[in-house]
Design a protein around this ligand. Structure first.
Ligand SMILES: C[S@@+](CC[C@H](N)C(=O)[O-])C[C@H]1O[C@@H](n2cnc3c(N)ncnc32)[C@H](O)[C@@H]1O
Length: 246
């Protein structure tokens, strides 16, 4: 990405974040789970830019982030987080009460072989009586996938096919429990919602963003008729918290 494209990505990302309560919702759910299990230590794989990881770190007696992206590592370290700058799987000696992947297992994974190296390596790092916690989407059933399908996007692309494969693999390791939570993107205007969703559709790639915006008439029609609330538009995203207990 060129510097201009990177700046455009950061601007779109900031705009998207300003309209969503995703990080607060996930933070609340992860901390609830940690308290329920009396977990003292957390390994946060794919810790991101700090919006979720910094509050998480402050709530744990021991916290370690693993992050591959240079600029995010700088942010995490600047905030005082113990951060391993690496691409997981990587060698870690320590064991943790909770090993977390929060939206960091890529949605493109579909087969058991796609997941296995990450899941097995993470499972090895879970302390006895600890938990592997994966936060992800289940594309087959959510509003976002339905919206994309209805505007003619290839459902295979927008569908997070790997969910069932992942559950099958986790079932071979331990007891699995799934808990579903909703975050909301809320905007005052249709135009703001269109741009917030264009960020989700494109993940910052300009060509994909344009492709999404070409469908604006159909998207706006659906948003207007099905997602209008007092004071604007509200669009839900469903997050699946998948716990596997050791
Ligand atoms: C969508 S962000 C999620 C950030 C944060 N966990 C959250 O839920 O807000 C995914 C992050 O995982 C990181 N990531 C993805 N695969 C990774 C890997 N194999 N090793 C380390 N970091 C990874 C990316 O660089 C990115 O920062």
């Amino acid at each position: 990405m060129s510097d201009t494209q990177q700046q455009a990505y950061r601007d779109d990302f900031e705009k998207f974040l300003s309209h969503t309560n995703e990080k607060e919702i996930l933070f609340g759910e992860i901390i609830k789970e940690a308290e329920k299990r009396n977990a003292q230590s957390l390994l946060d794989i794919g810790a991101g830019n700090g919006l979720l990881s910094i509050p998480l770190a402050t709530h744990m007696a021991r916290y370690l982030a693993v992050e591959q992206k240079d600029s995010f590592v700088d942010k995490l370290r600047a905030a005082g987080l113990d951060t391993l700058h690496d691409s997981f799987p990587t060698h870690i000696e320590e064991r943790f009460d909770i090993v977390l992947f929060s939206h960091s297992l890529s949605y493109g994974r579909k087969t058991r072989m796609d997941f296995e190296p990450f899941i097995r390596a993470a499972w090895d790092l879970v302390a006895p009586s600890g938990e592997l916690l994966i936060v992800t989407y289940k594309g087959q059933e959510d509003d976002w996938t339905h919206l994309m399908e209805r505007v003619g996007e290839n459902p295979i692309d927008s569908n997070r096919v790997g969910y069932n494969t992942l559950i099958m693999l986790l079932n071979t390791l331990g007891e699995v429990k799934v808990h579903k939570v909703k975050s909301i993107v809320k905007t005052g205007t249709l135009e703001e919602m269109l741009y917030a969703l264009s960020f989700v559709a494109s993940d910052g790639e300009p060509v994909k963003k344009e492709k999404f915006l070409e469908k604006r008439v159909r998207v706006e029609k659906i948003l207007n008729s099905e997602y209008q609330v007092a004071g604007g538009i509200e669009f839900p995203f469903w997050h699946y918290l998948i716990s596997t207990y050791k």
